[in-house]
Write a protein that binds this ligand. Structure first.
Ligand code: GDP
Length: 145
């Protein structure tokens, strides 16, 4: 805003949703600042869906309940957001593979059925964080271009 340079061509609003504690804040800080924080804070509100063209629906691969709630988050999203919104299902905390309770195949099948993109990430060790955001941005760009 108020910038006179033209170093970007598009501004897209992307929201991160999912249960508390799955790593949304850390995915964002890893992507934007390459930082990781160990303490957690919660964000609440539905207004934030307005104008969003992309969403990362995040669960924790080591907490099956956070995956089971994906369906509910998806409904909430489609109730409040643009129906053409690009959504990626994101299984975060892939570094906790030894504590995994959500098999990759199960999540991938669910994503395919619901026409979502899918990726596993780790905000802790950085795996796939940039790719996840970039794939969503590419998906959005494809739709608007
Ligand atoms: P949010 O409530 O969804 O925003 O989750 P936070 O980003 O606040 O993270 C919740 C907790 O999980 C914090 O203690 C983080 O340090 C931890 N956490 C977040 N991402 C990862 C990850 O990729 N791997 C591991 N092992 N812990 C993570």
């Amino acid at each position: 805003m108020g910038s006179s340079d033209d170093s970007y061509n598009f501004v897209f609003k992307v929201v991160l949703i999912g249960e508390s504690g799955v790593g949304k804040s850390n995915l964002l800080s890893r992507f934007t600042k390459n930082e990781f924080n160990h303490d957690s804070r919660t964000t609440i509100g539905v207004e934030y869906y307005r104008g969003a063209v992309g969403a990362l629906l995040v669960y924790d691969i080591s907490k099956h309940l956070t995956y089971e709630s994906a369906e509910r988050w998806l409904k909430e999203l489609y109730d409040h957001a643009d129906p053409h919104i690009v959504v990626m299902l994101v299984g975060n905390k892939s570094d906790l593979d030894s504590h995994r309770t959500v098999p990759t195949e199960e999540a991938r099948d669910f994503a395919e059925k619901r026409d979502l993109m899918y990726m596993e990430t780790s905000a802790l060790d950085s795996t796939n964080v940039e790719s996840a955001f970039n794939e969503v941005l590419k998906g959005i760009h494809k739709k608007v271009a």
